[in-house]
Design a protein. Structure first.
Length: 85
């Protein structure tokens, strides 16, 4: 399971970096829903590292709120999985 999370985080990190590169070159960007989807599927660490290292999406409040919501949902899911399994 840990390998799946690591791979998902790595892919998410790469996608955030690629989106930043597209942004700099003024090309068509990766949709935010795609970024959120990979984050939700286990790429939270990669998303956070991508945001910090590439300085990408860190000033966009709506993005940060949605990312925080995803992290909260993940935390609640982990809590209930640990409690009831």
């Amino acid at each position: 399971m840990i390998y799946i999370l690591l791979i998902t985080s790595l892919i998410t990190f790469i996608i955030f970096g690629w989106d930043k590169r597209l942004s700099i070159k003024h090309k068509r960007r990766i949709p935010e829903n795609t970024l959120f989807g990979f984050t939700f599927l286990g790429g939270t660490v990669g998303a956070i590292l991508g945001m910090l290292i590439f300085r990408h999406k860190i000033s966009k409040k709506s993005f940060l709120l949605k990312l925080g919501g995803i992290i909260l949902i993940q935390a609640v899911c982990i809590y209930f999985l640990e409690k009831y399994s």
